[in-house]
Design a protein around this ligand. Structure first.
Ligand code: GLP
Length: 242
């Protein structure tokens, strides 16, 4: 695992956007796995600026979603599908057709999970998977004690994650869906390159456990230690307990 400490979130975003641009120059139709949350926004802004400025052509890029809420009405602005369309797909000038994700409104959620794992494999696998980290060490929505071998499946959110994500639902805990679909840790580990960005002191404990603790399902992000090409980019706040 490579750990890179950057001065701030903007520098982290720029560094990772440049890695994505280099990948796209080498492989124009790369499959980019993207994460939601506040942390990756500087990456998406920096990458869109590079595309807008002609530094890189992203017109053949393909985008894959990491996770999704279950049960939000189709088109809900806080569904991860809508979020990724708004924050990544549209700013990069891509069409909805270049984008894949699990169906959180499927009647048979388990079948939708299995279909998504198959779709990722059929697309040739994820070339670069962006990850954020929850304050409890989760990646995607793999909450603590998720199996390190897990595949895409339905999960129940912890109270901590419901509280952390309530800010996207007018601060109302009751509006946050209880169930989610997430790529499993085993699924995530199949991506060719994993890039985790963590910023701010609130992530410092989770980052220390991920980087310096044992590989343990109680800290899902620690599974990155098992990957041959994992990069953890942290600002000084998130690095403060290393
Ligand atoms: C959610 C997402 C994760 C994300 C996490 C942290 O739980 N499922 O993919 O990493 O939030 O979000 P933030 O970056 O806003 O702290």
């Amino acid at each position: 695992m490579e750990v890179v400490i950057v001065p701030d979130a903007k520098a982290g975003g720029e560094l990772i956007a440049e890695a994505m641009a280099q990948l796209l120059r080498r492989k124009p139709d790369a499959l980019l796995g993207v994460a939601t949350g506040s942390t990756p926004l500087p990456i998406y802004e920096a990458l869109a600026a590079k595309v807008g400025g002609g530094e890189v052509d992203a017109s053949k890029a393909r985008i894959a979603q990491l996770d999704e809420y279950v049960g939000l009405p189709t088109g809900h602005p806080e569904s991860y599908r809508a979020t990724v369309l708004r924050e990544v797909v549209e700013p990069l000038g891509l069409s909805e057709g270049s984008f894949m994700g699990p169906d959180g409104s499927a009647e048979d959620v388990q079948a939708a999970c299995e279909a998504y794992d198959r779709a990722l494999a059929a697309a040739g696998g994820v070339d670069l998977q962006l990850l954020g980290i929850g304050t409890d060490g989760h990646i995607g929505f793999n909450e603590p004690c998720s199996s390190i071998a897990s595949r895409t499946r339905i999960k129940t959110l912890t109270q901590q994650t419901i509280a952390d994500n309530a800010r996207f639902f007018d601060g109302d805990l009751d509006q946050v869906p209880r169930h989610v679909i997430t790529q499993g840790i085993g699924t995530i580990l199949e991506a060719r390159h994993l890039v985790l960005l963590a910023t701010g002191e609130g992530k410092a404990d989770a980052v220390a456990a991920t980087v310096e603790g044992p590989v343990a399902s109680v800290v899902p992000a620690s599974a990155l230690q098992l990957h041959p090409h994992a990069t953890v980019v942290v600002d000084e706040g998130a690095a403060s307990k290393l």
